[in-house]
Design a protein around this ligand. Sequence first.
Ligand SMILES: Nc1nc2c(ncn2[C@@H]2O[C@H](COP(=O)(O)OP(=O)(O)OP(=O)(O)O)[C@@H](O)[C@H]2O)c(=O)[nH]1
Ligand SMILES: [Mg+2]
Length: 297
Amino acid sequence: MGSLFSRLKKGLSRSRDALSKMVPGGAVDALSEEEWIDIEDALIMADCGGELASQLVSKARKGRGSSIESLKTSMLGMFPEISAVEMPADGPFVLLVVGVNGTGKTTTIGKLATMFGKDGKSVLVGAGDTFRAAAVDQLAVWVERAGADMVRQHTGADPASVAFDTVQRGVAKNYDVIIIDTAGRVQTDRGLMDELAKVRRVIAKAYPSAPHEVWHVVDAGTGQNAVAQVERFREVAGSTGLIVTKLDGSGKGGIVLQLSHRFGLPIRYVGVGETLEDLMPFDAPSFVDSLLPEHVA
Ligand SMILES: Nc1nc2c(ncn2[C@@H]2O[C@H](COP(=O)(O)OP(=O)(O)OP(=O)(O)O)[C@@H](O)[C@H]2O)c(=O)[nH]1
Ligand SMILES: [Mg+2]
């Protein structure tokens, strides 16, 4: 946990630095109106969203102790209760991974396949991004590294057909985990969103209880458009959880809190870099501790 936490802290340093300038360590009842306004502005700049920033500050102002401690408590209270991912008892666990272009879906799948593999689980990955041959090759490298297997078809094949094949094969061969990659798509593209809905439907035809989870991968640097993305992907693909990547590259760590709070969706993992260890299971207390500066007495 120690090293995970230090990686998370390092990854969130940009967001933390931005907030550090604005959040004094002093006692809550000693902060001026202006100081609270500065804190609220800093939270908005970190992409917490206007409404949530104002809620956070008004809750924190009622707290005791330092402004930092009280903001941490108020942030923690904004995360929804999260239950563990449930693995089906009678067949493979099927995970569908969705999101807009370039958010980190394929690398995240590589990292997840590695994690499941280390856990002793057999993993089958479906190369559902059939637009570019390079996309399949990129996935193949990760899959091989993870010691997993992959189902692929020719470039331009119907992604729903790849998904169907993968799930059917995964069930027949008794894999523990099946992960389906999909091509990135903008949430306003009607045709591509319909295609995604079809992928989901077809998975259920091959295996009625599937997909058991649909994880939407969001780039932390997206800004407020992330809200529209999460809304639309949930509508079309039935997202059950979020993965927020590239937290290392942006000062916008507040997006994690905003999305989770607004949609009541669990954040399953966060990405803070490009290496295998930089994708980590999400833990709200560690996240909040990394996002805000240390307590200053
Ligand atoms: N800095 C940083 N880079 C990341 C992170 N996660 C992914 N990336 C990088 O983001 C880039 C895009 O990753 P991909 O996995 O190809 O993204 P994708 O969502 O599959 O992209 P499309 O399939 O084209 O939609 C790669 O260069 C990754 O290494 C992260 O947490 N931090
Ligand atoms: Mg990809």
